[in-house]
Design a binder for this molecule. Structure first.
Ligand code: BES
Ligand code: MN
Ligand code: MN
Length: 462
């Protein structure tokens, strides 16, 4: 047997133990956005550092201004590229808790009606299950051959789900240690359950929250109604004015830097046979919204958007209360593409919002850190190697796809460390990431581990 076959056989034999270890990690409540979970975030980082040291990757927990990072290294002394593997150990909050069929931090394997097995827990797909595919691949390699096929460094982050506030200073301060030839990132999805994928673009993001204030206190809506400004109405009109009747965002200059895809890419995507009816049907919808002159996959991958993530103001308790609230709130996020500049988008948004505020009212803004979109070089040699490895495992050509979501660090790898990324992940559309009852297919986990072993093997060949 060649050494890769032996490694793959060991992965198969180890699977139950691999799952036990993943379950240990899934039990840790590492919700990064909520300060109440600061201690479990550290616990997850310590767990991972221990795990890496156990398998022979020298690792430590590094403090930041927020949640700690885990950094590890294993020098093989072999030629070939030095790779940096990235994943995040933090997870999203679990609310609404009543919609979970089980405790989100008590992982279990469930069997679906079609016989397939799923791992159910918060973070199973985003991103603990995915990051453990790499760790378990490295473990099998080290156990079987005593070494890794190339130099490997590791970076696990604990703030991805909260916008990575301490990432820039950390990357800046540890530039030399973290700059490798290539980053391997496991935080994206497959095309479908049979078809592996490599993501070649990610949307960027910038966010803002607004607080519109009118009267100095809540008012009687009869005594003042019709005379005093109502901040709920102001926020509603701000939101309503963001799109025109064709679904275009109205902010001046918003589409500056948006790039149309070359024909070879749109052709490749046409051949994927995407069905928007099925995509939306799965979540109980039918008709795509968005720019009328654009295709469904463009809406998701190559076009910029604005979404209102939350809005509140005024009375929300039982029954009615006749009141004009003193203030109203809304949270917005823009998904960015091409060369759109997050700062410029934010400036345009703020100028627009200010223009809608009556002279006797005010608006405050709470910014969220922005990150530009990312396009990978379609001719990047590592793409070919990734495709070869995935084809061997899944017996199907990998699709080169876009991703609607954002992973801010990938752009920083390029801009700050000059490092390209190979984005390979095994998530599926129905994993319910960020939602109740998040799951990761057992096949994603098992074949994900095998895929990384093959990717390492492939990258080590010249
Ligand atoms: N893993 C996701 C990004 C993702 C989502 C990739 C769907 C592929 C498909 C990541 O953890 C995430 O949720 N990112 C946030 C970033 C934000 C909090 C700064 C996002 O996209 O909303
Ligand atoms: Mn993620
Ligand atoms: Mn996420």
């Amino acid at each position: 047997m060649s050494s890769i076959d032996k490694v793959l056989a060991r992965i198969d034999a180890n699977l139950d133990n691999s799952l036990d270890r993943l379950f240990d990690l899934l039990k840790i409540k590492s919700i990064s956005t909520d300060p109440a979970f600061k201690a479990p975030c550290r616990e997850a980082a310590e767990w991972l550092a221990r795990e890496l040291n156990d398998i022979g990757i020298e690792a430590s927990v590094r403090d930041t201004t927020g949640h700690p990072m885990v950094v590890g290294h294993r020098k093989s002394g072999k030629p070939g590229p030095h790779v940096l593997f990235y994943g995040h150990y933090d997870v999203q909050p679990v609310d609404p808790l009543n919609l979970w069929k089980r405790d989100p931090f008590d992982p279990a394997i469930e069997t679906k009606p079609d016989g397939s097995k799923i791992i159910v827990a918060r973070g199973s797909a985003d991103d603990k299950g995915q990051l453990m595919t790499f760790v378990e691949a490295a473990r099998a390699y080290l156990e079987e051959t005593g070494d890794l096929p190339l130099d490997v460094s590791i970076l696990f982050e604990g703030e991805e789900e909260s916008g990575s506030p301490s990432l820039h200073p950390f990357l800046e301060a540890n530039k030399d240690e973290l700059s490798c030839d290539l980053a391997l990132v496991c935080d994206t999805g497959m095309w479908d359950a049979e078809t592996p994928a490599i993501s070649i673009m990610l949307r960027g993001m910038v966010g803002d929250e607004i607080i519109v204030k009118a009267a100095s206190r809540d008012l009687h809506s009869g005594s003042y109604g019709g005379s005093a400004q109502n901040p709920n109405h102001i926020v509603a009109s701000i939101i309503a004015g963001l799109h025109d009747e064709n679904g275009k965002v109205t902010l001046p200059g918003f589409y500056d830097g948006v790039i149309d895809m070359p024909e070879e890419v749109t052709k490749m995507w046409d051949e994927l046979g995407f069905s928007v009816e099925e995509f939306l049907g799965e979540v109980g919808l039918k008709y795509p919204r968005g720019e009328k002159d654009r295709m469904p996959l463009e809406h998701l991958w190559t076009r910029p958007t604005v979404e209102v993530n939350g809005m509140w103001g005024g009375y929300q308790g039982a029954g009615s209360k006749t009141v004009i609230p003193a203030e109203a709130h809304a949270k917005f996020t823009f998904r960015l593409v091409g060369d759109q500049d997050p700062d410029k988008v934010q400036e345009a948004f703020r100028a627009y919002v200010r223009s809608k505020i009556p002279a006797d009212c005010t608006v405050d803004f709470i910014a969220k850190e922005g990150s530009p979109a990312l396009r990978l070089d379609f001719a990047m040699p590592a793409l070919e190697k990734g495709k070869t490895a995935l084809k061997a495992e899944w017996d199907k050509d990998a699709a080169l796809i876009g991703m609607g979501g954002s992973i801010p660090i990938v752009g920083d790898f390029k801009r700050m460390l000059g490092m390209d990324s190979l984005l390979i992940g095994f998530g599926l559309e129905d994993d319910q990431i960020h939602s109740p009852n998040e799951k990761y297919n057992l096949t994603s986990f098992h074949k994900g581990i095998r895929s990384w072993a093959r990717v390492l093997d492939e990258l080590a060949k010249d």
